[in-house]
Design a protein around this ligand. Structure first.
Ligand code: GRF
Length: 204
């Protein structure tokens, strides 16, 4: 399967995918054909370049309207003819044109146990709420924010000392689980295909 991976930051989830593919290029079932970002100067783009993967950047500020950005992101992504789009720490909500083009084929990873704590601050929100466990969710993207059908989840304990650093250590522990979950899910979707039936995802 052809993957386009979208990033906005350090790209450790992207790196986990690149490493899994490099470790088993024939067996993993997917290749990263391009990495897209909403900003320049991030480690995620450097990781792609080091791996010899083409990159593209669509900055919202470079377009007059959000709809024009949505179109540009859609066209830049479509140029690589992806089978799956993987949003791995991509911090923008994709628009209606992107969803119309790739809906049902966009996988996102979120650092909380959806439906709890959706949005851009899931780790911090779980900590502030006093949750005793949190974790990460890999799901298909629909027209909501972190509301699409759930594919897999991983649980991470919240520790008392997590209060002290505003969630940084907790997020790192979540990312350790998240990277493994994302690599496992993307590989299975790529190798076995899948069906989305309402809120359920079936992987034969
Ligand atoms: C991940 O935890 C992702 O779920 C969240 O931001 C983090 C991105 O990490 N949205 P990275 O860029 O993959 O290292």
């Amino acid at each position: 399967a052809r993957l386009v991976v979208l990033v906005s930051g350090s790209g450790t989830n992207l790196q986990a995918l690149l490493d899994a593919i490099a470790a088993d290029p024939d067996g993993y079932g997917a290749t990263v054909v391009a990495v897209g970002a909403d900003r320049t100067g991030i480690a995620g783009l450097e990781r792609a370049e080091r791996a010899g993967v083409e990159t593209f950047v669509c900055r919202v500020g470079a377009y007059g309207t959000r709809a024009e950005w949505d179109r540009a992101l859609t066209e830049a992504t479509a140029a690589y003819e992806p089978d799956l789009v993987v949003s791995a720490g991509f911090m923008k909500i994709v628009g209606p044109e992107f969803l119309a083009r790739f809906g049902g084929r966009i996988v996102n990873t979120h650092p909380a146990l959806l439906p709890s704590f959706p949005g851009a601050h899931g780790v911090r929100d779980a900590l502030a709420y006093g949750a005793k466990v949190t974790g990460c969710t890999v799901h298909f993207v629909d027209d909501g924010v972190d509301t699409g059908p759930i594919i897999a989840q991983g649980v991470v304990e919240v520790r008392d000392e997590d209060e002290e650093d505003g969630g940084t250590a907790l997020h790192e522990r979540i990312k350790e689980v998240e990277r493994r979950l994302l690599v496992d899910v993307v590989g299975r979707l790529a190798r076995h295909g899948y069906r989305i039936e309402g809120r359920k995802v079936r992987i034969p």
